[in-house]
Design a protein. Structure first.
Length: 366
């Protein structure tokens, strides 16, 4: 890199790499940056440059950047790519993120991308995207580390030692044991696997798992994880068949996102918003809140106008108008803050369609 190039900003150097079509130099330039810093730099580019950048980078790196963005923005970035490139990036994402991003796209664009993916993977994405986002089905991922009742400890250990490229997607799950109908009937701890004979059947060392239904709401899921020290739970369909696996981190992230969303709504911001989003979209979202405030202000002004003669007669009353306005706003914010912290009735129990197991059993614990 020349001395003149070193004096350029990162954004300018990115544009230079794009102009030269130098994918290797672009990757080296972004390597020292964190994912959030990389995303911020990408958002400084015009849409055409963003598309070119994501097309030049390896699909795995592009997927990591896409995963850092809010789902609406991620969908916008992926939609701008050619279907084969977009499919490669989507395929590199975890299945739960795939469903979230695909769910934000127009149906035509989503189907074009899914058509380029493996049929089984595309079916999983469609299935996950059909669930409500604040339920176990909407938060789970499809990949599950499963075995059959007839399998042995040795088979599981060989899977652990294999070079299976998809193994990382299991995210440290404990093995789940399924019956012939695909229903989870047991889970095996790592300690049990290491201390048992390789010829032992999994049914000899497994324990019954706790399961949650695909339609279990977020509050109930939070209660389940509060009661049990598990890192994940199997999610089942209505007929009891395994649908996917839900992680504690996904539930924690969903609870945090819901809290942040409620806080933003209090400030008049609806949905995810970043400065790079289209001005018309951002303006339309904000005007809904601002228009309501204008109407309320007009009502307040009309009340004051109705008592204009009184204010003119006793001018000292006008001194108290800003005080009343300020105190009403402060007391309102305090009331909202207290209401948000108020415990929900039934908190501490595990409502919803949750099945249990004996205390002391292990189902993907810490």
């Amino acid at each position: 890199m020349t001395e003149q190039q070193q004096e350029l900003t990162i954004t300018e150097r990115i544009r230079l790499c794009l102009a030269e079509g130098d994918a290797k130099a672009l990757e080296m330039l972004l390597d020292p940056l964190t994912l959030s810093e990389t995303l911020r730099e990408i958002l400084e580019l015009v849409p055409e440059e963003r598309t070119e950048l994501l097309s030049l980078l390896p699909a795995d790196l592009s997927a990591e950047i896409i995963e850092e963005a809010p789902h609406e923005l991620a969908a916008e970035l992926v939609e701008s790519l050619a279907a084969p490139n977009a499919a490669a990036i989507i395929d590199a994402l975890d299945s739960d993120t795939q469903a979230d991003v695909i769910g934000e796209m127009a149906d035509e664009d989503a189907e074009a991308i899914l058509a380029e993916m493996d049929a089984d993977d595309a079916a999983d994405v469609r299935r996950l995207a059909a669930y409500d986002e604040d339920t176990a089905g909407g938060l789970m991922f499809a990949e599950a580390f499963t075995f059959h009742e007839t399998d042995t400890v040795g088979l599981v250990l060989r899977r652990f030692a294999s070079d299976d490229a998809d193994f990382e997607r299991y995210r440290g799950q404990h093995p789940y044991i399924l019956d012939e109908g695909g229903r989870p009937v047991g889970v095996v701890s790592l300690r049990g696997l290491l201390t048992a004979k390789r010829s032992a059947s999994l049914t000899d060392i497994m324990v019954a798992p706790i399961t949650v239904s695909v339609d279990t709401p977020l509050d109930a899921l939070r209660d389940v994880f509060d009661l049990h020290p598990f890192l994940g739970l199997p999610v089942v369909e209505v007929d009891g068949t395994l649908a996917g696996v839900l992680s504690r981190s996904a539930v924690d992230a969903a609870v945090l996102e819901r809290s942040e969303s409620a806080n933003l709504k209090m400030q008049g911001l609806v949905g995810d918003e970043v400065r790079s989003m289209p001005l018309l979209l951002r303006s339309r979202r904000r005007l809904a809140w601002l228009s309501a405030n204008i109407v309320l202000n007009i009502i307040a002004a009309s009340v004051i106008s109705a008592y204009e003669s009184t204010l003119a007669a006793v001018i000292a009353i006008a001194v108290f108008l800003p005080m009343v306005s300020d105190m009403s706003g402060c007391s309102g914010n305090q009331a909202v803050a207290v209401s948000m912290r108020e415990p929900v009735a039934g908190t501490g129990t595990a409502p919803g369609p949750v099945s249990g197991m004996a205390q002391g059993s292990i189902c993907w614990p810490d």
